[in-house]
Design a protein around this ligand. Structure first.
Ligand code: PEP
Ligand code: MG
Length: 587
């Protein structure tokens, strides 16, 4: 067994490229265990004092957090913190717990638990959506109080020094939204996968990350020296001076390579034989625009709108959404911005829910299905999008489409929303293209029919691979089965590109596959000349595009199509790409 001070490597999954060397901050995520014990008479007053002190400390902590929050996307967080403070001051909750200590002579933790359960029961009987959300707040407040009683005051995002290496069981996309302005150095999580949304955001923010590093939490303590090697998926604990020096050298090489590649920012993404390829950015937050401009991205191929809706208490209204979309569309103009309508389900809308949403990968009532059920939410988004359309070149993209009916229903709704806007005297571009994401196998099968209804396709390989191969994209245990180059995926992608071509519409890929340089030649051969990815990958993919010829790509694909197993395909592609581009693939 390694001792706490031995250099210990832990293998995980490479999540986001880059190397980070620093000190660990372990995020406490599970609520402290609570035991019940009885108190003799003389200790009851002291126990009441202990609870009051914890309430005071929890309120102070909330105020501290509130003062640190300054800007979007977390402004609405302030409302939530205010509400939590009110709850801590509410005699119904804390008063109930104090009364339980007095009457039953039990410890403060148990009394808080009991009071929480009683108030939850009251909320349950009220059966209103508002109170259902308040139950999550009640749980958060109760958990905060229990942490203070247990002497742990840590809070996600508080007390995290710059360049800290975050170690956690899992981080949700909401957590990343909170951590994203904290300048963390890198992170390692026990759960997660390459295409989990948290990892996708890490790549966009250029934060080195290793995910699926089982047991990392139990082996690391606050202050442990850690190296995150996001290139190979290794977490090194207590590295020796020699290892640190090696990684520092590797980091320098990596930074130099990135800088060198970024020199191609002004070059066109054109193959050696003259085929023009479009390389676009996937964005989650407005401030990622700078990175996109920095690498010379040719527009936004996917703007996820979910992050405007999570970590907050109320839905963003039309005005707030309009401003958000307007700022991006106008900054990207004259290039095009493709905005995806809300891809969210019930679970993510519930504020305060801290469990990783990836635990529900096959959640069915998501995205367009959710929007067509909750039409008021969808209408507001469509109104805001249409109003913002006059500030540049917008395309609206519908996620999770599985039938022709859905796109028809969206078109009807869009027509209604346009009529309303005209009646309200508001202007919009009447010809905003409406496209669909191809990410459910049913959409692949119907691609010829969908191509007659949609103005463009964008293939969401992250979901398409999981649903085609029946492998949850977020599960690290089945990571080995999540195979982008599976012979079934090659045929699927070829079928979609051909259907789009026959239907005379544009097709692109916006899943993570588009940004992995290992796949660039294959995707070009399959017929994709528009690829949208995390901005930091654009220089790598452009490097390959500029040094390849289409016949060479077709040759490669021809060999792959003759192979029956994914192992053969993977090995062939790895060997070919390493030989052709050793500067990118040889470490
Ligand atoms: C996809 O599924 O490939 C995609 C781009 O959408 P998301 O990752 O947000 O599900
Ligand atoms: Mg998807």
């Amino acid at each position: 067994m390694p001792t706490a001070r031995d250099e210990t490597p832990i293998r995980g999954i490479p999540g986001s490229r880059g190397i980070a060397i620093g000190t660990a901050v372990v995020l406490e995520q599970s609520p402290p265990a609570v035991e019940q014990y009885f108190l003799p008479n003389e200790l009851v007053a002291g126990e009441i004092g202990r609870l009051n002190l914890s309430v005071y400390n929890a309120i102070e902590q909330i105020r501290h957090l509130r003062n640190r929050i300054s800007a979007a996307p977390t402004t609405d967080h302030i409302q939530m913190l205010d509400l939590h403070e009110q709850m801590l001051r509410d005699p119904q909750f804390v008063g109930e717990a104090l009364e339980i200590i007095r009457a039953e002579h039990i410890n403060a933790e148990w009394a808080v638990r009991k009071a929480t359960v009683r108030i939850r029961d009251i909320f349950d009987n009220l059966e209103s959506g508002y109170f259902r959300e308040r139950k999550d707040d009640l749980d958060s407040v109760s958990e905060r109080l229990l942490r203070h009683l247990a002497g742990q005051s840590s809070e996600l995002g508080s007390n995290i020094p710059p360049n800290a290496i975050i170690i956690a069981q899992s981080l949700s996309p909401g957590d990343m939204a909170e951590l994203h302005d904290k300048n963390i150095g890198g992170f390692a999580t026990e759960y997660g996968s390459y295409t989990a949304h948290t990892t996708i955001i890490a790549r966009s923010l250029e934060i080195p990350a290793v995910v699926g590093a089982r047991s990392v939490c139990s082996m690391v303590q606050n202050g442990t020296a850690v190296i995150i090697d996001g290139n190979s998926g290794l977490v090194v604990l207590n590295p020796s001076a020699e290892t640190v020096a090696q990684y520092q050298a590797a980091q320098d090489t990596f930074v130099t390579l990135c800088k060198k590649l970024r020199r191609n920012r002004k070059e066109r993404a054109v193959t050696e034989d003259g085929h023009i390829i479009k390389l676009l950015g996937n964005l989650d937050f407005v401030d990622e625009l700078a990175a996109l401009v920095d690498v010379g991205g040719q527009g936004v191929g996917l703007l996820r709108t979910e992050y405007l809706f999570v970590n907050r208490h109320s839905l963003p209204n039309e005005e707030e959404q309009y401003e958000h979309y307007r700022s991006i569309i106008s900054a990207v103009a004259p290039a095009r911005t493709t905005i995806r309508t809300l891809d969210i389900g019930d679970d993510k809308l519930t504020s305060g829910s801290r469990f990783p949403p990836e635990l529900r990968p096959f959640q069915a009532l998501r995205a367009i299905r959710y929007c067509l059920k909750e039409k008021a939410i969808f209408r507001t988004q469509l109104r805001a999008l249409l109003r913002a359309s006059i500030h540049g070149r917008l395309r609206i993209m519908i996620p999770y489409v599985s039938s022709v009916d859905e796109i028809r229903e969206v078109r009807l709704l869009l027509a209604e929303v346009k009529r309303e806007l005209t009646e309200d005297g508001l202007v919009y571009d009447p010809d905003v293209p409406l496209g669909v994401m191809i990410e459910i196998p049913a959409a692949v099968v119907l691609a010829d029919l969908l191509a007659q209804e949609a103005d463009f396709f964008s293939v969401g390989t992250n979901d398409l691979i999981q649903y085609s191969l029946a492998v949850a994209r977020h599960e690290e245990e089945t990571n080995h089965l999540y195979q982008p180059l599976h012979p079934a995926m090659l045929r699927t992608l070829q079928h979609v590109a051909e259907a789009a071509k026959r239907g005379g519409i544009e097709v692109s890929i916006c899943g993570e596959m588009a940004g992995d340089p290992l796949y660039t030649m294959v995707l070009l051969a399959l017929g994709y000349s528009e690829l949208s990815m995390a901005p930091q990958h654009i220089p790598l993919v452009k490097h390959i595009v500029r040094q390849t010829r289409l016949p060479e790509c077709y040759d490669l694909l021809c060999s792959l199509m003759a192979m029956a197993t994914v192992q053969e395909v993977n090995q062939f592609v790895a060997e070919r790409m390493t030989t052709r581009f050793p500067e990118l693939f040889l470490r």
